[in-house]
Design a protein around this ligand. Structure first.
Ligand code: GRF
Length: 208
């Protein structure tokens, strides 16, 4: 890989951090020309923080109770990310709804992973929603974040067939394996400058 500067990525996570781990693996294996410069969480017990520290990445908790108002919280997040010159923000199991001030600030450089084939089953418990609906094909989506909940332009998707005997846990596991594949891939494409946003469509440019 060339010595071209690596994309500076910030990850926001509230939970166990398996997507963060997958991103770090891609970065460390140099498949993704990026560097995770900070992991931020709203929960001090988030497993993602331990994973970050284990990989030598700065891990910060921003306690929502110390920031009056949601807007103030998101302004503080912006400041922390800007101080670290973050170019791309990746939500990886981040459980707070971002305020418009944040979404607008990072417009076009804010990605999320969702465990469903959007626009089906946005919001919480997507895998359970898919099972209850009786779909044959579930999946995962990486998308740019806009001001709606899981409504932004779609970057990559992966399909996961539903089995007759699937439980929420078994289906979630197979979807998660696909998440771990497509999230680093989407970041790779972004880092290579190969994602072009055209209204709500994302064009993937050919490799130069
Ligand atoms: C993943 O299923 C992701 O799609 C959703 O939250 C979960 C986070 O898992 N947004 P992890 O913390 O990355 O393991």
């Amino acid at each position: 890989m060339s010595d071209a500067p690596r994309l500076r990525v910030g990850v926001l996570a509230s939970g166990r951090g398996s997507n963060l781990r997958a991103i770090l693996s891609g970065v460390e294996a140099r498949r993704v020309r990026a560097e995770v410069v900070v992991v931020l969480s709203d929960r001090s017990g988030a497993g993602a923080l331990d994973i970050a520290r284990d990989h030598g990445v700065e891990a910060l908790v921003l306690d929502p109770t110390l920031h009056p108002g949601r807007e103030g919280y998101d302004q503080a997040l912006i400041a922390l990310l800007e101080e670290r010159r973050v170019e791309l923000v990746c939500l990886a199991g981040y459980m707070r709804i971002l305020r418009p001030v944040f979404v607008r600030h990072f417009e076009g450089r804010l990605l999320n992973i969702h465990p469903a084939l959007l626009p089906a089953f946005p919001g919480l418990h997507a895998q359970r929603q898919a099972l209850e609906h009786g779909v044959r094909i579930a999946g995962a989506t990486v998308h740019f974040v806009d001001e709606g909940v899981d409504t932004g332009p779609i970057v990559l998707q992966a399909a996961v067939p539903v089995r007759q005997d699937d439980t929420e846990a078994s289906l979630s596991d197979r979807i998660l394996a696909e998440e771990h594949r497509i999230y680093p891939e989407a970041i790779r494409l972004f880092a290579e400058g190969r994602l072009r946003l055209e209204d709500r469509h994302v064009r993937i440019l050919e490799e130069p």
